[in-house]
Design a protein around this ligand. Structure first.
Ligand code: NFS
Ligand code: SF4
Length: 680
């Protein structure tokens, strides 16, 4: 294979110019999900304003804001960069485009790091409380994972009870938030390979504490502090690695509390609702709430109450990442992803939508009030005017969860008595999820018990697979909902890329039947199909069904599982991560969390595609840092591209380049009988 099979792909230029990027801006039906399309008609009929209407109303959006050159950091502003030269080329304080773009960008990273990490902190507090007996409804469900995590973070495990060890692990996690010494955060450091750690040290982006990294970003972006765009970005990188720390500990501790996911079958899309049952939607992110609702829904007293109310049972279905958490561990079906939340309410079938934190549209309340649906917030930092607030009490979690279900039973009775119309779009797809890294290694171990990960790296080195892609991220109406997700998946699968993923993109995949074996037959290239078939053959006795086209690793915090995967591959291959044929794609990224994840994925040495453009284009300097220079420094860079075909071609080219380079380096190492160069 030549070094660059297609040189036209080796650039950071998007294929579509900015002015042409938003297509069909006045069309409300910006989705390919048939259930949402059906519900948009209902919403129109009932005069319910949804996010699709609000998106159209916002067009055209401000060019200053969307390219990042609007500053509101002090209230002399807003300042906008209006000219190439002269006074209008700077903010009132003299800040140039690159300072403003870089400041705005790293504040997004700090926002993302805060969200993931605060979620992780909550879990660490509950694990600690559970270990001390103060949160009796939670317990260590996976003592083996507890042992593994404890050893990895350097604790001695001998002679300690499960609760003693859990308490110590939780304490180390909590220290990662606020310790004042200059050592790296433990959960990051214990999960990265030496070569990467060296790289991060060399360029001084190692976080010493999560809170500190975030505070430092807020400080350096205050008016009149840091004006150097490169220095600013490096400060943001530290916050991004703090984000990785928070995500690693959120995943580890969730597995310890609720179990490490194993392959499980379920279903996805609105057809999972049932008009004759009590329908509860869990929406948000933290499994502390949603998993407890799932446990409570199985208790006999609750089942009796449902029956007494005339219900044929309870449906619990998920939206967003908390939906992914309970899908992974309990096979709970998915109602939809982020963009569909209001339209799920428009079915009229939802009795309670219970939410915790993150990605919960305030607009849900407007939709809920048109139906019997009760919108219930549960967390002190996340309330919505006009909705119910049931403070979720960790120390009496089961009772709190039952209270939510009882409200749903009451609402169900009112719904049934009122005879209010219910229209559930009859779309749902079968889906397989539950692929923690442990579960994947287990599959690989059936082929190579000594070195499970070698099954994957060998398939890449033999050319059967082109590499691996992590699919991550949100929904964003700047593109047609779920279209880019599904197109990117199909494109990569056809090119024999092994697909793992998290978040709302995997919910899109689930809805469109892509987490099934049927999708393997339909979309996988011959190499990918052969690989998946081989995995299945070796494991069929213990699997609940044939393996899917893409492997669902969980919620967004579970991108840490993918990071652990590429670290394991790098270790096995004896190279640093930038040499591993691994890429990432957030086809419909949107949130601050997506910005911080994308940033640390790049810091890990992984080229990362993002569909909709974050506000960076206003500074050519910052643009070139994130799309080009980052590659020279870290081995990873952003690829911004709204055209699915071009995106797939660029991702595959990045994989091919790595495979080519690895081959050359191996040949040279063999010829000179030297070690394979560790660094990239
Ligand atoms: Ni991730 Fe998950 Fe979805 Fe985006 Fe929001 S739910 S944490 S941020 S929108 S993927
Ligand atoms: Fe304007 Fe400077 Fe204030 Fe930003 S910090 S709003 S550029 S004066």
């Amino acid at each position: 294979m030549p070094r660059f099979s297609d040189t036209s792909l080796q650039n950071s230029k998007p294929s579509v110019a900015r002015k042409d990027r938003i297509k069909d801006a006045k069309n409300v039906k910006r989705t390919i999900d048939p259930a949402i399309l059906e519900m948009l008609d209902v919403a129109k009929e009932k005069n319910i304003i949804t996010t699709f209407d609000r998106w159209v109303a916002q067009q055209p959006q401000c060019a200053f804001g969307s390219t990042g050159i609007c500053c509101r950091i002090c209230f002399q502003g807003p300042c906008r960069i209006k000219a190439e030269e002269g006074p209008g080329s700077m903010g009132i304080c003299g800040a140039k485009d690159y300072t403003i773009v870089a400041r705005n960008a790293i504040r997004m990273m700090a926002g993302g790091a805060s969200a993931h990490s605060d979620h992780g902190r909550h879990i660490a507090h509950v694990l600690h409380a559970a270990a001390e007996g103060h949160a009796p409804d939670y317990k260590v469900t996976d003592p083996d994972k507890l042992q593994r995590v404890a050893k990895r973070i350097g604790l001695s495990v001998d002679g300690k009870s499960v609760n003693e060890l859990a308490k110590e692990v939780a304490e180390v996690a909590l220290e990662d938030f606020g310790k004042q010494d200059d050592s790296p955060t433990t959960f990051l450091w214990s999960s990265a390979i030496e070569a990467r750690k060296q790289k991060w040290m060399e360029i001084d982006v190692v976080p010493t504490a999560i809170d500190r990294a975030v505070v430092e970003v807020m400080h350096r972006t205050h008016i009149g502090v840091d004006a150097d765009p490169v220095n600013l970005i490096f400060g943001g990188l530290k916050a991004a690695l703090a984000d990785q720390t928070g995500m690693q500990l959120a995943t580890d501790l969730s597995d310890i509390l609720f179990g490490t996911p194993k392959p499980v079958l379920s279903e996805a899309n609105m057809g999972v609702l049932d008009a004759d049952k009590v329908n509860i939607i869990v929406h948000g992110h933290n499994p502390l709430l949603s998993q407890m609702v799932v446990y409570a829904s199985k208790e006999q007293d609750i089942l009796d109450e449902v029956k007494a109310a005339g219900g044929k049972g309870i449906v619990i279905a998920g939206i967003c990442c908390t939906g992914n958490e309970v899908l992974m561990r309990s096979g709970i079906p998915i109602a939809n992803n982020y963009m569909g939340a209001e339209l799920v309410i428009a079915t009229g079938a939802v009795d309670v939508m219970v939410v915790d934190v993150q990605c919960i549209m305030p607009g849900l309340r407007n939709a809920a009030e048109c139906f019997n649906t009760k919108l219930v917030t549960t967390m002190p930092i996340s309330k919505i005017p006009g909705s119910y607030h049931f403070a979720f009490d960790d120390t009496r979690a089961m009772e709190s969860a039952k209270a939510v279900i009882r409200l749903a039973i009451e609402t169900f009775k009112v719904r049934k008595a009122s005879g209010a119309p219910v229209q559930i779009p009859q779309y749902k797809s079968k889906t397989m999820a539950g692929f923690s890294l442990e579960a994947m290694m287990d599959l690989f171990a059936a082929i190579n018990p000594e070195k499970p990960i070698k099954v994957l790296t060998d398939a890449i080195e033999s050319g059967e697979l082109a590499g691996v892609c992590l699919l991550a991220g949100c929904n964003n109406l700047a593109v047609v909902h779920d279209q880019l997700h599904t197109e990117v998946i199909k494109g990569l699968a056809a090119k024999n890329v092994f697909l793992v993923g998290t978040g709302c993109v995997m919910q899109a995949a689930a809805k469109f039947g892509m987490l099934t074996y049927d999708a393997v037959e339909q979309y996988a290239g011959p190499g990918l199909k052969a690989f998946i078939d081989r995995l299945y053959e070796a494991n069929k006795d213990k699997l609940p069904g044939k393996l899917p086209l893409a492997f669902h690793m969980g919620s967004c915090v579970d991108n840490s599982r993918a990071a652990n995967m590429w670290m394991a591959m790098a270790e096995e291959m004896g190279v640093d991560v930038p040499k591993v044929p691994f890429v990432a794609s957030a086809p419909e990224g949107m949130s601050e969390k997506a910005v911080s994840i994308g940033t640390w994925v790049i810091l890990n040495g992984i080229p990362t595609h993002v569909g909709p453009f974050p506000p960076l284009e206003g500074s050519s300097l910052v643009w070139s840092v994130v799309t080009c220079i980052a590659h020279d420094v870290f081995g990873g860079n952003f690829i911004f591209e709204t055209d699915a075909k071009v995106a797939v071609d660029k991702l595959v080219a990045a994989l091919d380049y790595r495979t080519w380079k690895l081959g050359i380096h191996k040949k040279v190492a063999a010829e000179y009988e030297t070690e394979l160069a560790g660094v990239f």
